[in-house]
Design a protein around this ligand. Structure first.
Ligand code: SAH
Ligand code: SF4
Ligand code: F3S
Length: 441
């Protein structure tokens, strides 16, 4: 019987997508997926290093898998950003780990699963080949991530990503368009173009042109992208929100802080005035979301007040806020002494203030939507997302891939709830099979 694998994924969309590619590489080498870690011959942990908490999660997961290994001889691999950051140190911290692989070596997972060892070198830009998605693993799903670029050339002083993901490399647009077309054939209707700094895309055309090329693929109903840096926001990309009908009206544009002095220490390369000017150019129907870091080194009471003021006047649809976590290699950790660490309790208090402000606003906004009708792409029966990326639960008979209208009856902080009132477009289930026969003939 074929050996089985289980992948435990932490972190961002990049990791989710990488886990899928690693699963496909294992399947090509004859492994089959296991529904649970307990029953698997191989457990692969795909890790995130963005904050200390993310790293703690890895070590507590490894503690559990170690017991499995003792009981059943399970092989254990560590992939992702902690693997890249720690390299062979991981083997001394957790000697029961059989192999370690960085995000540039997804295709090598079957080989390493056999041989053990460590593979964490970054590949040269010219050498790097983006792994091609196997559309079969997306069959029947309404949405898919499509890698547009990898790495990050920015130097935000809090962020570990440039050290775990290496330099920016953009994927040639023809490859992206081909992958999108292959996903549409198996029923995918929404694609999210992903990259740590996706709007810096330069794979033979601009990011705005990439969106237009993807929109031209027949059958693509919705396009999203994440994540963007405010400095790389072009006027052309802003135009896409008005001109490309498939581009959904949601924009995640992390500001990180509302005080110029903090932005400067963070090396974000923009001022609040520049950020505000850019978001003012967005069409009004675009739901804007953001990330905020509280307790960044040296953050004064006055800077925190400026942060709150900025947040009060900026109509974010949603906000993700984090307590600053010192990361290895980063600019801010080297300056920690000079700038001064914000005491943890104070950082948490500030974070709670920011979260309180946003929670109240998000709840108010969600409640305002009660009684309205929203368009939902169904991801699972009874669940999907609106054009603005709001999470919607509903009663109705629609299946995955259907596009429906839902009347909103109630709202919580995290989602809207309602009833399906109309089907706009059914997922082309039968047509799909026919088309496939032609393709494979
Ligand atoms: N590439 C994205 C960010 C990816 S990380 C961008 O430039 O916007 C996702 C979020 O994690 C960041 O936006 C930031 O708010 C948060 N983050 C990153 N490093 C952090 C750290 N050291 N401590 C706390 N939050 C951090
Ligand atoms: Fe990190 Fe900044 Fe790059 Fe985003 S743009 S991944 S925050 S270094
Ligand atoms: Fe985490 Fe790496 Fe993504 S650090 S957020 S998994 S790029």
């Amino acid at each position: 019987m074929a050996r089985s694998y289980f992948i435990h994924t932490f972190g961002c969309q990049m990791n989710e997508s990488d886990s899928q590619r690693m699963g496909e590489a294992l399947a090509r080498a004859g492994w089959r997926p296991s529904a649970a870690a307990d029953a698997a011959d191989l457990v692969l942990v795909n890790t995130c290093a963005i904050r200390e908490k993310a790293e703690d999660k890895l070590f507590s997961a490894l503690g559990r898998y170690r017991l499995l290994k003792a009981r059943r001889g399970t092989r254990i691999g560590v992939a992702g950003c902690v693997a890249q950051q720690e390299k062979d140190n991981l083997l001394s911290r957790a000697p029961f780990v059989d192999f370690v692989l960085g995000p540039d070596h997804l295709e090598k997972v079957p080989e390493l699963a056999e041989s053990g060892g460590v593979e964490t070198d970054f590949l040269d830009t010219e050498q790097y080949l983006f792994p091609q998605a196997d559309p079969e693993t997306s069959r029947g799903k309404a949405t898919a991530f499509v890698t547009a670029m990898k790495g990050c050339d920015n130097v935000c002083s809090f962020c570990v990503v440039p050290y775990t993901r290496g330099r920016e490399v953009s994927r040639p647009y023809a490859e992206i368009v081909r992958e999108v077309a292959s996903l549409v054939v198996v029923g995918v209707r929404e694609v999210t173009l992903i990259g740590q700094n996706v709007n810096a895309y330069a794979g033979g055309c601009s990011f705005a042109d990439l969106i237009r090329r993807v929109a031209a693929v027949p059958g693509v109903m919705r396009i999203r992208f994440t994540t963007s840096h405010p400095m790389d926001l072009s006027a052309d990309l802003v135009r896409c929100f008005a001109e490309v009908v498939q581009l959904m009206p949601h924009f995640h544009l992390p500001v990180q802080h509302g005080a110029d002095t903090v932005l400067e220490r963070m090396r974000r390369k923009y001022t609040i005035a520049q950020y505000e000017e850019r978001i003012a150019s967005l069409p009004e129907h675009v739901a804007l979301t953001s990330d905020i870091i509280c307790g960044f080194p040296g953050e004064t009471e006055d800077e925190h007040r400026q942060n709150l003021e900025f947040l009060r006047r900026t109509p974010y649809d949603n906000l993700f806020s984090f307590l600053y976590s010192p990361r290895p290699h980063t600019g801010a950790i080297l300056k920690l002494r000079e700038w001064g660490e914000v005491p943890r309790a104070l950082g948490i208090r500030r974070l709670e203030e920011v979260q309180g402000l946003q929670m109240e606003r998000t709840l108010r906004r969600h409640r305002q939507r009660i009684g309205s009708v929203v368009e939902v792409l169904v991801e699972e029966p009874g669940f999907g997302r609106s054009r603005e990326n709001w999470t919607v639960h509903f009663d109705g008979d629609a299946g995955s891939g259907d596009l429906v209208r839902v009347r909103v009856d109630s709202a919580t902080l995290v989602s809207l709830r309602g009833a399906q009132v109309e089907t706009v477009d059914r997922a082309p289930r039968m047509a799909l099979k026919r088309r496939l026969t032609v393709v494979s003939a």
